[in-house]
Design a protein around this ligand. Structure first.
Ligand code: MF3
Ligand code: CO
Ligand code: CO
Length: 270
């Protein structure tokens, strides 16, 4: 048996891992989170996103780990860096950050075969009140989703908690991208939607590993992908934010694999 097919699959095709598998996910998640902690001081007006990505690549290599994104469907970088109205999958490059820019940095590493996938928001210089509120609501939306994760609840409960919270703040949840199962592969069932109806979808069970990674827009939810085939932007050019954790369902809730070792997950905590 290939070691990627450990454990059993539910009728929805979701893998159930063993309690002993949590340690590998914690190790991978901790490296991804530490990388996001350490790049925080680099996020300044004048830095370009390619420089941030180069530091991330070096950190992955120095840790003896593997970047999950380099070579993934032809992607060439160790991170996605999504600035302002870029929703996700922004390609690092030579564009310099400007005062007031907000950005998501998303890193996925492989440690001993286990995947750790996390992203968070950063700000370059002084940011507008509107952008600050978007970041706060997106952060809190992720945690509304995480709070709904416990055995017996459904994936619809998770999506509903996120959507209800975001829409009550008069912002919108992106529908075109979702979270995903992971473990010894990058993307596995289920699709973890960030919207939905309570009580619908697959039932959560201990041993499920997946990401929750809501993207929230100040304007409308629609997105489009640019000609580079990666960069997803808001159609109405409104600002977008995203936070992502990798988590594992336990007997009474969940464990977050990608907690910030320095307590820096939110830009105002840095
Ligand atoms: N890390 C992203 C996710 O959360 C996926 C990035 S794929 C890439 O699932 F190729 F664009 F890097
Ligand atoms: Co992900
Ligand atoms: Co990610």
């Amino acid at each position: 048996m290939d070691d990627r097919s450990k454990g059993r699959l539910t009728r929805d095709g979701i893998r159930i891992f063993d309690p002993s598998d949590f340690a590998g996910m914690h190790a991978a998640g901790a490296l991804a989170a530490r990388i996001l902690d350490e790049i925080a001081p680099l996020v300044l007006p004048g830095t370009n996103t390619g420089e941030i990505d180069a530091v991330i690549t070096a950190m992955v290599n120095d840790a003896g780990a593997i970047s999950a994104t380099i070579g993934y469907k032809g992607y060439k970088h160790a991170s996605c860096i999504s600035v302002n109205h870029v929703v996700c999958h922004g390609i690092p490059g030579d564009k310099r950050l400007k005062d007031g820019d907000i950005l998501n940095v998303d890193v996925t590493v492989i440690v001993d075969g286990w995947y750790g996938d996390t992203s968070r928001m950063y700000v370059a210089g002084d940011v507008s009140r509107k952008a600050e509120r978007l970041i706060q609501v997106t952060h809190d939306a992720l945690f509304k989703g995480i709070e709904a994760v416990k055995p017996g609840n459904t994936f619809g409960d998770v999506g509903h908690a996120i959507q209800a919270y975001v829409e009550a703040q008069r912002m919108s949840v992106v529908r075109d991208f979702c979270g995903h199962g992971l473990g010894r592969v990058f993307h596995a069932p289920p699709n973890v939607l960030h919207y939905g109806r309570a009580g619908t979808g697959a039932v959560l069970e201990p041993g499920m590993f997946f990401t929750i990674e809501p993207m929230v827009n100040l304007g409308r939810p629609e997105t489009k992908v640019l000609a580079d085939d990666w960069t997803a932007v808001t159609r109405d050019k409104s600002l977008s934010a995203q936070f992502e954790h990798s988590i594992g369902v336990t007997e009474d809730g969940c464990e977050i694999f990608t907690l910030s070792p320095g307590g820096k997950f939110h830009p105002t905590w840095i």
